[in-house]
Write a protein that binds this ligand. Structure first.
Ligand code: TPP
Ligand code: MG
Length: 598
């Protein structure tokens, strides 16, 4: 690779990313000091040699990894053996590999930091694939490793052997096997750089046992970070601001990169400058916009007809780091109104023009770009337009998120006391009663479908939702979120069906005494599937959708893991128990009994 000087940064070369299918420019900065480097030339064998296992763990630490999530087997024993010499790494034990990866995913999402996780050979990696799929969609910077059988086995296919790299490859940014101990530093350094280079995402390394147990004189090198704090050229910014000002009724689509780039304040300022309403992208991954801002109208639904009609009044859609109209259930209607032009800003150029042509697509950091764009828009704006925008913002209050919340609250109060717990009432009370800086991890499915109508997004880490529709993420992700944010209270909400995909994570929470409050909504089945079977097929024979006979006792399950737990059947009981639990510093589970639905 050649080093080319570009201003203050360096372009270190190009690499091909299999996901994007084209070359990425790498702008690099160097963070390791020469002193650091000296320390990293390891001396822990009698002959100035380093074991592969020690080199691997030292490299993780030097790359900034603080938590190694894992589930060990024989092929991971070299790492487990070396761990006691690397005390700055916290090992977090998960009792099933999908749980291990989901915990690590939660940690990355709630910190933006690099994390590592280790799973066991082919069956363990197989167990983890659904969670890796989720981590890839959420862009979690994660080094996933699996122990591999010793290379000395050759082609003899020992127990647990499998094509690990081939298995992981479609779901990660980069996957490789380390076949020479000399490559350990280069490969781990490259893995960390790729995971953290925006758009961030998981990478996979297969670690054969013989590489971990061999020793060699190794220089562990230094870390590389790709600085992607980029903004468009002056010319692009000029064209962008002129195009935006030419629109009479622009609308903003707030997306996931606003969280990653920490650009909530800038996104709000853009809405104010333009007097434009803001919708959250159709799949709310996180807290993409301040809900209580007058311009916030809520999330777009995933119902094509509704989205089309919501967007039809506008003459320009400005997508800020957003997935453009990702849907779930198919419909003949296209959600995008014909002739609605699109502008896309963000670092994930895979998303640009992916589903709909973009009139302008700018690959740049959202925060940096908005910081440059907003003053230009102000300059172009005349006083008359600025006044109209203020009036427009005021007019949104008739129909915005805050107004709808007020109405929904009144509707719920008007319903009066009901014998069973009403899911919407429950969501309202959860939103009301949690501490202001609490974090919600949401896999509540039908029960929490209206949660975001009550729960305001107030900061970038206040809410984490499912990104893919793959269930079994929430309970485990909450463990990682709590580890990443130890000073904030995590409330993990989950359907009963979803909870059964990763109940093992409750044990990790209990074992680490993490003060997570788990709320399991027990409606004794897969309500969402029942509702859809009835709606799509007119069939009320819910074969394979009831979790009854026997009923699952979540209170007993949590208690068996050493966690305090309580069954809640009435609203008054919830009112009495919730507030004290949400400020207690011990893990706790409430099993909330709800109507089974259709
Ligand atoms: C990994 C995975 N397996 C299966 C499904 C299919 N699926 C979607 S929702 C659901 C049931 C969810 O039940 P629960 O968590 O109890 O929520 P409820 O519908 O009752 O609100 C299932 C099985 C899925 N989305 N992801
Ligand atoms: Mg259910």
């Amino acid at each position: 690779m050649t080093l080319v000087n570009v201003g203050n940064n360096h372009i270190l070369g190009r690499y091909d990313n299999p996901l994007w299918g084209h070359s990425q420019k790498l702008i690099t900065k160097n963070y390791s000091s020469p002193n650091n480097r000296k320390n990293l030339i390891m001396n822990n064998t009698s002959s100035d040699k380093t074991f592969g296992r020690d080199a691997f763990l030292s490299l993780l630490v030097d790359e900034g990894v603080t938590h190694l999530f894992g589930n060990p087997g024989t092929t991971e024993l070299p790492i487990m053996h070396a761990l006691s010499d690397h005390t700055s790494l916290t090992y977090v034990l998960g009792l099933q590999e999908s749980v291990v990866v989901a915990m690590a995913d939660g940690f990355c999402r709630a910190s933006g930091k690099l994390a590592a996780c280790n799973v066991h050979v082919a069956p363990g990696l197989g167990n983890a694939l659904g969670a890796i799929y989720n981590a890839n969609l959420s862009g979690s910077p994660l080094i996933i490793t699996a122990g591999q059988q010793e290379q000395g086995h050759g082609l003899m296919e020992p127990l647990l052997y499998g094509p690990l790299v081939d298995m992981a490859r479609p779901l990660v940014k980069w996957a490789t096997e380390i076949t020479r101990i000399e490559d350990v530093p280069r490969i781990v350094r490259r893995a960390a750089k790729i995971a953290l280079a925006p758009p961030t995402g998981p990478v996979f390394l297969s670690l054969p046992g013989d590489i971990l147990n061999k020793s060699a004189a190794l220089d562990l090198g230094r870390r590389t970070r790709v600085d992607a704090m980029t903004y468009p050229s002056d010319e692009s910014l000029r064209r962008l601001s002129e195009r935006i000002m030419a629109a009479e009724q622009p609308v903003l689509l707030a997306g996931t990169e606003i969280v990653r780039s920490d650009a909530l304040t800038e996104a709000a300022e853009l809405a104010e400058v333009l007097g434009a309403p803001v919708y959250q992208q159709t799949v709310p991954h996180g807290a993409h916009f301040f809900s209580e801002h007058p311009a916030f109208m809520g999330a777009l639904t995933r119902i094509q007809d509704q989205v089309r009609s919501t967007l039809s009044p506008y003459d320009l859609m400005i997508c800020i780091g957003a997935d453009v109209l990702q849907m779930s259930v198919w419909s003949e209607t296209d959600p995008l109104p014909p002739d609605l032009p699109i502008i896309q800003i963000g670092l994930r150029d895979w998303e640009m023009g992916k589903n709909y042509p973009a009139e302008m697509a700018l690959r740049s950091d959202v925060k940096e770009t908005l910081q440059k764009l907003i003053p230009q828009l102000r300059e172009l704006q005349n006083t008359k337009r600025a006044k109209t925008n203020v009036t427009a913002l005021e007019s949104f209050t008739q129909n915005n998120w805050s107004t709808h919340r007020r109405q929904r609250r009144q509707d719920i109060s008007a319903r009066g006391d009901e014998s069973s717990i009403d899911p919407d009432w429950l969501m309202m009370r959860i939103a009301d009663c949690i501490p202001a800086d609490a974090i919600i991890v949401d896999e509540g499915l039908t029960t929490s479908k209206n949660l975001l109508h009550f729960l305001p997004h107030r900061d970038r880490y206040s809410y984490f939702g499912m990104v893919s529709g793959g269930i079994g993420w929430g309970i485990a992700a909450a463990v990682g979120v709590q580890l990443a944010q130890p000073n904030r209270r995590v409330v993990a909400i989950s359907g009963d069906g979803s909870a059964m995909y990763s109940p093992q994570a409750l044990w990790t929470a209990a074992h680490l005494e993490l003060p997570i409050l788990f709320l399991i909504f027990n409606n004794q089945g897969y309500r969402i599937l029942k509702e859809r079977l009835l709606a799509f097929h007119g069939n009320d024979q819910y074969i394979g959708m009831n979790l009854r006979e026997p009923s699952i006792d979540f209170t007993g399950l949590a208690t068996s893991f050493g966690m305090r737990a309580k069954k809640i059947t009435e609203t008054a009981q919830f009112e009495a128990a919730f507030k004290p639990a949400v400020i207690s510093d011990a893990p706790c589970l409430f099993e909330i009994m709800l109507q089974p639905g259709p």
